[in-house]
Design a protein around this ligand. Structure first.
Ligand SMILES: O=C(O)C1=C[C@@H](OP(=O)(O)O)[C@@H](O)[C@H](O)C1
Ligand SMILES: C=C(OP(=O)(O)O)C(=O)O
Length: 442
């Protein structure tokens, strides 16, 4: 199977939990750290090693994109990838798949290449907001052909250098715009003095702490002392060894599974200090009435299925929305999630997708522009649509723990960040693999 192609769809009957859970789970590396390590390594002045990289569609697309502009990435060893930078070249095409990280992080790198780099992606990727990246690069003097779409597909006509300097942007649709520009900024002749001037705040802010932290680890000088302003000095990035932490967003459905049905679930190797937004789940679990402890080699949740009603602002950790929504959708309520308008621009419009699927399982839900309220949950079985969205699949798996026979329209969309999700889920819930899968053509 080609790991960077959109996968063939596969219906999947989610495992129903007959008993309390008792599982220890190892989740793969962080998508966001792997993507950043690849970009910073590609822009460095010497080779880098990336230990325990995430091997999934999004990061492999990033690898292919970097290779196409001349960077050597050796992925022969699953435990450690080696990146050897080179002069960046154009005259090539980049497939972004459905990866926000690829469609936002690579264009500023392509602007440093000499020659055109054409970007495109999956059908839904063309609907994801990318006007911020296109406008920002144009304001920096980079020529871009986009047919007036301000979205994929577009071509970046790099000339080998970018002047840089002062730049105002509106990053209220995605924090990835800021991360993308900051990572390329040390290679701009004048560095970058970047300001967010949008009316609404930048969402998913912990990802900005992650990028600033990793830039500094690579030797960049970054001043983020003023809110909504980042100054990056021009200079060399160093090649180094990156060690990737487990992906805490992908850990969330497993921890919430213990809440949904009771029992204990441990995620191995949970970092005691991290910039990952997914670390917020620890506080949320306590707010929901469950217990969290450091045991069995990681973070363990001792789940309490009588879930406390909550009103959450998830602007900073919005990727937790789908799995939390599923938990709420099978419980008493009321539960409110706000502050997540920007997830309408994620892999699918997640607010509408969640409200639709929760109503199908019988939940009473009100939709807002920036979230929704589950007044009461339901347990009606049927097909849970996944909309090519890995986190919609995770969410359906959580709901299926307590809704007998709930079937995902497609589980293979999990390949975006964790191709083995379904197998690990079956093992964790049932203690063994589940044969009840059917193949279907996309
Ligand atoms: O920088 C990153 O690695 C990410 C930032 C966030 O994007 P948004 O700011 O668009 O939510 C997050 O949702 C995405 O999964 C990964
Ligand atoms: C929003 C997500 O991904 P992307 O990096 O494609 O934006 C996600 O993984 O939940």
């Amino acid at each position: 199977m080609n790991a960077t192609a959109a996968p063939k769809t596969r219906r999947w009957e989610t495992p129903f939990a007959e008993a309390e859970l008792d599982a220890v789970v190892r989740v793969p590396g962080s998508k966001s750290m792997t993507a950043r390590a690849l970009i910073l390594a590609a822009l460095a002045s010497g080779p880098s090693m990336i230990r325990r990289p995430l091997i999934a569609r999004d990061t492999l697309l990033m690898v292919e994109g970097l290779r196409s502009i001349g960077v050597a990435v050796d992925t022969g060893d699953d435990e450690v990838w080696t990146v050897t930078p080179a002069t960046l070249k154009g005259g090539t095409e980049v497939d972004c798949g459905l990866a926000g990280t690829v469609m936002r992080f690579l264009p500023p790198v392509a602007a440093l290449a000499d020659g055109p780099v054409a970007f495109d992606g999956d059908p839904h990727a063309r609907k994801r907001p990318n006007d911020g990246v296109i406008k920002a690069l144009r304001d920096l003097g980079v020529a871009i052909e986009d047919g007036g779409r301000l979205a994929l597909p577009f071509t970046v006509n790099g000339t080998g250098t970018v002047k840089g300097g002062a730049l105002d942007i509106d990053a209220s649709k995605t924090s990835q715009l800021v991360s993308a520009l900051l990572m390329a900024a040390p290679r701009f002749e004048q560095g970058l003095d970047l300001r967010h001037i949008g009316d609404r705040p930048v969402p998913s802010r912990p990802y900005l702490d992650m990028v600033v932290h990793m830039l500094r680890q690579a030797g960049a000088e970054v001043d983020d002392s003023e809110p909504n302003r980042w100054r990056v000095a021009p200079g060399e990035l160093q090649g180094r060894e990156w060690v990737i932490e487990p992906d805490l967003q992908n850990a969330a459905p497993f921890l919430l599974a213990a809440v949904a049905v009771g029992g204990r679930v441990t995620v191995e190797g949970w970092p005691t200090e991290t910039t990952q937004a997914g670390d917020k789940i620890r506080d949320l679990l306590v707010q929901l009435g469950s217990r969290v402890e450091w045991s069995r080699g990681g973070l363990t949740v001792v789940g309490s299925p009588s879930v406390e009603p909550v009103d959450l602002d998830l602007a900073d950790a919005a990727e937790l929305t789908p799995t939390l929504a599923a938990l709420f959708g099978v419980n008493k309520g009321p539960f409110t999630i706000r502050g997540v308008a920007h997830i309408r621009g994620h892999e699918t419009d997640r607010v509408t997708a969640l409200v639709t699927e929760l109503r199908k399982i019988g939940a009473d839900v009100d939709e807002f522009e920036d979230g929704f309220r589950v007044n009461s949950g339901g347990h009606t079985t049927g097909t849970w649509e996944t909309y090519a969205d890995h986190r919609m699949a995770h969410a359906g798996a959580v709901a299926g723990l307590v809704v007998p026979g709930l079937t995902l329209s497609d589980v293979n969309c999990v390949s975006k960040t964790w191709p083995d999700f379904a197998e690990v889920w079956e093992q964790s819930v049932l203690g063994h693999g589940n044969a009840s899968t059917e193949e279907a053509d996309a």
